[in-house]
Write a protein that binds this ligand. Structure first.
Ligand code: NAP
Length: 454
């Protein structure tokens, strides 16, 4: 059955795609398996040259790729262009650093020589989400290809034009056939691919249920996985913080990508001494955001990506209000067609309400007053998730305690949580395991072979 791409701005069909057949999937896996045999033997220099060419393609055609992202999932075009350029950055980062990241690691023993050598493992399946259609894929693909692996992409079913763009970027850059292939398939085809002996590992970025399913199947096949899942990141503001900066970052952190980011700041804990001042500015700034056509360069908030995301967020917001959360922004009427959701702040959502317990995937912030850092940390850690965390303070001991006690894969101080090719990225608890980016990211899918020469 054809798969339709729907523009979330107006619910109109953009184009339709024919999914790959079982025979085409099998051919793609064979091609990946064959290519791996020669690709694993290529020199870093050769891989780096191609990876830099991929960066060139991304930069030269950033406007075109950005348009496809915006049409398929509604992110503001300026953010989409920035995303395409960030992908070029991660390609260049691994082109420049992969060899050093993977160099032999000597270890002194009784042998005449002993060391760890990092060798590629084979075809890796990447199951990816729609929210950063290019970035999520490139942050897997750049290190993996530089390590000598080959990639198979199963992208989210609403961003297949972007999925095809990615394959084309690698082809245009000159990567040999089979190094990186896009499979146009639904999630029902993932199990068969994971169980195929030619596929050696998997990475999934997405929701908990999807991660759990992929990890279970891969586990039954004894194949390694990296999981990058959801988050309910805390954003803590203490009295010594620069308030203007904290508010500006809070708004950006909550509403980037129309609020649909795993590392978006979602739960705001603000100290009582500055609570009223923060709240007043936060409400004003969230209410002032420019909502509109995501193809317009000045737009700050576009539509949510899909009807299911809109329905979930509406339901979570309404249930939170029913349980006692107070909405602080009077929302304007939104167009009837399209998945438009105005930014909102919910104050004092009680325990047990969605705004306190669940990931809200859209521009809805939850705000609470706290009396101490310990209180903020305790509430942060009540969440089953542990992706990122941010604290605004200029107090050294508060910074130290936050770093020590926040249960999260990262703590950003006086800044929003952001991914950076130079820094490891990942979560703890229900936010997943394993790390992407930096040296950790390239080591995720290698055979760390022990060598000992008597
Ligand atoms: P999703 O529904 O889990 O989809 C993600 C990918 O998994 C899609 O390709 C989807 O395919 C596939 N999938 C879904 N169920 C599957 C299953 N049972 N078996 C195999 N594959 C399956 O998530 P989403 O709604 O696209 O993305 C939003 C979630 O991703 C949020 O929770 C967000 O926080 C998280 N996320 C995490 C990170 C991170 O780095 N930690 C980054 C971005 C997003 P179909 O589209 O065909 O269903």
């Amino acid at each position: 059955m054809s798969v339709r791409s729907i523009n979330p701005t107006n619910e109109e069909e953009i184009e339709t795609f024919e999914p790959h057949t079982p025979a085409e999937i099998d051919t793609a896996i064979s091609r990946a398996d064959d290519r791996f045999k020669s690709w694993r033997l290529t020199r870093f220099e050769e891989r780096a040259k191609l990876m830099r060419a991929a960066a060139d393609v991304l930069e030269a055609r950033a406007a075109e790729f950005a348009r496809h992202m915006t049409l398929e999932m509604g992110k503001p075009i300026s953010q989409a262009e920035a995303e395409a350029k960030k992908c070029a950055w991660v390609c260049r980062h691994y082109a420049d650093n992969a060899e050093a990241y993977l160099e032999d690691e000597p270890i002194e023993t009784d042998a005449s020589s002993s060391y760890v050598r990092n060798l590629p493992i084979g075809p890796v399946l990447a199951v990816m989400p729609w929210n950063f259609p290019l970035w999520q894929v490139f942050r897997f693909a750049a290190p993996s290809l530089m390590a000598g692996n080959v990639g198979l992409l199963k992208h989210a079913s609403n961003v297949w034009r972007c999925a095809l763009d990615i394959e084309q970027i690698f082809t245009s850059a000159g990567f040999p056939e089979g190094c990186f292939q896009t499979l146009l398939i639904g999630s029902d085809k993932v199990e068969g691919i994971l169980k195929d002996d030619r596929v050696r590992a998997a990475t999934l970025t997405g929701s908990g249920p999807a991660g759990s399913s992929v990890a279970s199947i891969a586990g039954s096949e004894i194949k390694p996985t990296v999981l990058e899942l959801g988050g309910t990141d805390a954003f803590i503001v203490m009295p010594s913080a620069d308030l203007e900066d904290a508010v500006e970052t809070a708004v950006d952190g909550r509403t980037q990508n129309n609020g649909q980011s795993c590392i978006a700041a979602k739960r705001f804990f603000v100290h009582a001494d500055i609570y009223d001042a923060f709240k007043e500015k936060f409400v004003a700034a969230m209410g002032d955001l420019k909502i509109g056509d995501p193809l317009d360069k000045d737009t700050q908030i576009g539509p949510l990506a899909m009807k299911s995301i809109y329905d979930d967020l509406k339901d979570q917001t309404e249930r939170s209000i029913k349980k006692g959360a107070r909405p602080l922004i009077e929302t304007q009427g939104m167009p009837d067609r399209g998945y438009w959701f105005a930014p909102q702040i919910l104050e004092d959502a009680p325990d047990g309400s969605p705004a306190a317990e669940e990931e809200m995937f859209g521009p809805v912030a939850s705000l609470w007053k706290v009396n101490s850092l310990d209180d903020a940390i305790a509430r942060t850690n009540k969440s089953p998730f542990g992706l990122g965390s941010a604290i605004f303070t200029n107090d050294k001991s508060e910074i130290d305690n936050a770093i020590r006690d926040l249960e999260a894969g990262s703590t950003f101080v006086n800044a929003k949580v952001a991914s950076d090719p130079r820094l490891p990225f990942g979560g703890v608890k229900k936010s997943g395991y394993g790390r992407e980016l930096s040296r950790d990211g390239i080591l995720a899918f290698v055979n760390r072979k022990t060598v000992s020469i008597a």
